[in-house]
Structures are given as structure tokens and as C-alpha cells.
Design a protein around this ligand. Structure first.
Ligand code: PAF
Length: 281
């Protein structure tokens, strides 16, 4: 596996390559990322991963500085997963001049759900993903469903800018407790880690209630949120959306997603469960 750090080296390594599958990451990789690389393997002759902690998508007071940089162990994991090429630029390589042009998702998306609590986050994500797509020019790019709203933003970016890349979604991997694998789980104390699966448990209870016929979505989200708060979480949101539009469900909605974001101590966790409604109205 080759590791390159500059855009010039990347260009050389990619010369003449077509049919590439790309997995953008911020590093600090876990088994969930490895599964995305394995999925990419099924879609491309050449698998490329990027490792870049993108300052544009972190707000003031967020964990940009704290985010673990673990290039060597990340590369070991990527090599074992069958990755061919790693692009690991530093900030000045990707942003040699201040990034004054940016991709601005519509307010309805940028300021909704996680965006309401992380102003500018999805603009930062969309901007760096567009830059990475331009540099790597993949045929396929793989993103995890764990970041459901991010996946939605990227699909819209590709659709609305006619980018010649197919977006493939990888399933969320979970610990036996149900906790979704996340680089940020590493911030949790031992006690918090035991508690952390409560977010998934509450989302699963919400989904089960809907599948058994309950239709007061607002009340169900409120109940899930209340249970988390009673267990000591600081809840950003628990929401139910149409999984195709990310808008509140309408009577025609058939695939839904329950999403939540909440804090355990100083760690913000997100999770979601998408499902096909059993008895649509
Ligand atoms: O999901 C991530 O790791 C990041 O948001 C991404 C897509 C690599 C952009 O920085």
C-alpha cells in the first residue's frame, strides 16, 4: 500500500487509473472504517482512502485539536483491509490558500438536526468532500450510514453538481451492547462507555413503538429524549424523519429514520436507525 501526502504525489499515483473506489476518512480508524474499505474493494479495482482531519467542519470549541491523529496504526489497518493507496495531506496541502469558496447546503439541510447544533459543519464537510472528489476523481465513494445526515448532504452534492461519482452507503457497525462504532467512543470513560448504548436503545424503542402501530411521532421522540435526560445525557435532538427526504414524515413516507445526538459528559454521540414502515397509513 502506497501512502502519499501531497496532491502532486497523488496525481502521479493515480495516473492512468480508472474505476477507483474512494473512502474519505478523518483517521483514528475502527472496524467500521475497515468495513467501508472492504465494501469499496467490491466496487473498484483500486481502493483509495484519505485521512484528513478537516478544520472546516469543526466549530469553535469542538474537538479539532483533540481529535486523535493516528496515521501509523490507521495505515496498518487500511493495508490489512486491502486498501491500495492512502492520501494523507496536511492542512496547508489541502488548503494552501484560505478556502474562501465553499459549498453551502441549503439552510433547510445545513441548519437542521446536527446542523442546528454545529453551525457550518455540513458546509465544511461538503466543501472538503468536493475537493477530495476533484483530486481523487473516484468512480465510487463509500460513506457510512452512521453519519446519516452527512450521507444525505453528500448524495445531494453529487446530484446537484452532477458529479460523476456513485455514492455507496456502508452499514453501521455496532458493539455487542448496540453502541455504534465511532472514533469519538475513544473519548468515553469506562462508565460512560457502558452507558453509551442507551442512545441506540432509545432509538430502537422508538422504532419498535412505531412498528407496533403508534403514530404520535413527536410524543415518541419526546419520550426517548426524556429517558436519555433522566439517565444523565444532554440531548441535542431525537427526531424521526423520512429517510428519502430527511424531512418530517408525511403519510406517503414508507422508509423512515430515527436519529439522535446527545452528550455523555464531554462526548457528543450520534446514532440512527432506518427502517421500512410495517403498516404505512
Ligand atoms: O465522516 C468523516 O469522517 C468526515 O466527515 C469526512 C467525510 C471524511 C469529511 O471530512
Amino acid at each position: 500500500m502506497q501512502v502519499v501526502h501531497t496532491t502532486a504525489e497523488l496525481r502521479t499515483a493515480l495516473a492512468g487509473q480508472t474505476g477507483t473506489a474512494f473512502v474519505p476518512t478523518m483517521g483514528n480508524l475502527h472496524a467500521g472504517h475497515v468495513s467501508l474499505v472492504e465494501l469499496a474493494r467490491q466496487h473498484g479495482q483500486l481502493v483509495i482512502a484519505s485521512i484528513f482531519v478537516n478544520p472546516l467542519q469543526f466549530g469553535a470549541g469542538e474537538d479539532f485539536e483533540r481529535y486523535p491523529r493516528t496515521l501509523d496504526t490507521d495505515c496498518e489497518k487500511l493495508a490489512a483491509a486491502g486498501c491500495d493507496l492512502v492520501f494523507a495531506p496536511d492542512v496547508t496541502e489541502l488548503y494552501p490558500v484560505p478556502q474562501t469558496f465553499s459549498v453551502q447546503p441549503p439552510d433547510s439541510l445545513a441548519n437542521d438536526l446536527c446542523g442546528a447544533f454545529r453551525p457550518g459543519h455540513f458546509s465544511g464537510v461538503a466543501t472538503v468532500v468536493l475537493k477530495l472528489f476533484n483530486l481523487v476523481q473516484p468512480r465510487v465513494a463509500v460513506f457510512g450510514k452512521k453519519d446519516f445526515q452527512q450521507l444525505f448532504v453528500i448524495r445531494e452534492l453529487v446530484r446537484q453538481f452532477n458529479l460523476p461519482v456513485e455514492i455507496v452507503a456502508g452499514e453501521t457497525l455496532r458493539e455487542p451492547s448496540g453502541l455504534a462504532l465511532s472514533s469519538r467512543n475513544g473519548y468515553l470513560s469506562e462508565a460512560e462507555r457502558i452507558q453509551a448504548s442507551q442512545l441506540q436503545t432509545q432509538l430502537a424503542a422508538l422504532v419498535a413503538a412505531i412498528q407496533s402501530g403508534e403514530r404520535d411521532f413527536e410524543a415518541l421522540c419526546h419520550t426517548a429524549s426524556r429517558h436519555l435526560k433522566m439517565a444523565g445525557w444532554r440531548v441535542d435532538y431525537v427526531a424521526l424523519r423520512d429517510a428519502e427526504t430527511l424531512q418530517p414524515p408525511v403519510s406517503a413516507s414508507s422508509r423512515l429514520v430515527a436519529l439522535g445526538a446527545a452528550w455523555l459528559g464531554s462526548t457528543r454521540l450520534i446514532d440512527n436507525l432506518d427502517f421500512v414502515l410495517k403498516n404505512p397509513s
